[in-house]
Design a protein around this ligand. Sequence first.
Ligand SMILES: [Zn+2]
Length: 290
Amino acid sequence: MCKVFGLPKLRTKAKFCAISSTSGTATEVTAFSIITDYQKGIKYPIADFEITPDVAIVDPELAHTMPKKLVAHTGMDAMTHAIEAYVSTANCAYTDPLAIHAIEMIMNTLVKSYNEDMDARDAMHDAQCLAGMAFSNALLGIVHSMAHKTGAAFADLGAHIIHGAANAMYLPKVIAYNAKDPVAKKRYGVIADYMHLGGSNDDEKVKLLIDYLRKMNDDLNIPHSINHYGPDGLPAEQGFVPEDVFLERLHDIAANAILDACTGSNPRQPSQEEMEKLLKCCYYDTEVDF
Ligand SMILES: [Zn+2]
């Protein structure tokens, strides 16, 4: 477990009971929290088992009143948690079954939940918790590094790139990038097999996985790229981040993303140049070929 910095010993008297009201972050079972520095426009993950709750109450009824957009964004956050945990360099025999089962459940229920099927929404509430149990131990990867560092980077323009939506847009690009690593490619192939996506070799399976996730974004009304990310998180012809502002801030965002706590367990360690290229692919929705 990597420790960004330690928290003092907590709860010598009090107990920490967490009740999740959305289906995505799984913060009720993880050692992670996020603090946003609005002045710098950066989100910092805090990691310490001192902030893992003693008791988690996962009551699906609380998720029934979620607005659709929240269902979509938190759901794709959970999908990203599970996929990043499965290919993380810190994965292990205990986290793999949780991650792979969460992926299968999210695949089968997220879009239905978005379309107001409450049985599916109940299942999603459990699936996101399983994904949380996986990534709390296996950690995450650069989809989260990029989401943390782009999330508030354009706040002065009047909007955030919402965490789950950022993950949903960046995940297919990062899969294409990580799949150049042979171990990660094989693991994406296993995910595709569990999802019954077909494909006769790992290259085909990776492609089918990317296509499937992009289709999920379409079904959930999530844009594919930053240039089409509207201020309300919905697809827009003209996104709220203008090209010149993006390019002007690209260097710093990439540098910050490399330093993010989630980068260490990613299957590939990107250079500054690669991270900038990857972020450009996420802005323009272009193919990742490096
Ligand atoms: Zn997340």
